[in-house]
Design a protein around this ligand. Structure first.
Ligand code: B12
Length: 164
């Protein structure tokens, strides 16, 4: 199960910040990555800050994650939309489960779902990312019924014990 965390803030697209030059680490996805690692669940972080959209897309085509977990805020939402559009129009990325989180989702749930996100997470994402993994492993079949969600919440902690 390949899980990749990313965002869509590119320093090269932020002329102000290239002058100030105090870019910051994407804390939200780093917390989630550390959370999964704590339970032996391997994952990668593609930090887009010092990269560009083409390199990010090439990385996805080469690495083919099972789950792509994306941070979005009002500053990067356009680039996130473009990334989603790219993924949903790439036949060989069709099987990716896209999970979106961060401060901008709570006000734009329908938009992110319409852009092709599978799961939109409001608030802290630690538990949801575990459930997403349980789902992708095929132990629950969908997430639109309460019973499945409850099952996912019960099963997810079990999978923390199973390394890798
Ligand atoms: C610290 C902070 C900053 C720091 C940097 C934070 C960082 N390193 O990530 C600095 C000062 C650099 C900053 C800058 C800006 N910020 Co600011 N910032 C905050 C603040 C106060 C705390 C965020 C934080 O670090 N939390 C700790 C981390 C661990 O939590 P988190 O990021 O929320 O992540 C958790 C969840 O969101 C979720 N999650 C996050 N990502 C993902 C991804 C997935 C897939 C999933 C499932 C879950 C998930 O799970 C995470 C772990 O529990 C928030 C307000 C708040 N209380 O949240 C505003 C806030 C996020 N910032 C905001 C804004 C507007 C900005 C600026 C655009 C301001 C500006 N005009 O320049 C810039 C954006 C710069 C940019 N390039 O993106 C807004 C965002 C609003 C929106 N709709 O997007 C907020 C909400 C403040 C507000 N109320 O307006 N910010």
């Amino acid at each position: 199960m390949k899980i990749v965390f990313t965002h869509a803030y590119f320093l090269e697209q932020d002329p102000k910040e290239t002058v100030i030059m105090k870019p910051y680490p994407p804390l939200g996805i780093l917390y989630l990555s550390a959370w999964l690692e704590k339970f032996g669940i391997e994952n990668e972080v593609f930090d887009s800050t010092f990269s560009n959209p083409d390199k990010q897309r090439q990385y996805l085509l080469e690495n083919q994650p099972d789950i792509l977990a994306i941070y979005t805020n009002l500053m990067s939402k356009i680039q996130v939309g473009q990334l989603l559009h790219f993924i949903r129009n790439q036949p060989n990325l069709a099987k990716i489960l896209v999970v979106i989180g961060g401060p901008d989702v709570s006000h734009n749930i329908e938009n992110y779902l319409a852009l092709g996100a599978d799961i939109v997470v409001i608030g802290e994402g630690e538990q949801t990312i575990e459930i997403a993994q349980t789902w992708k492993m095929g132990f629950i079949h969908n997430l639109d019924t309460w019973t499945d969600l409850l099952l996912g919440m019960m099963l997810a902690p079990l999978f923390k014990q199973i390394p890798g």
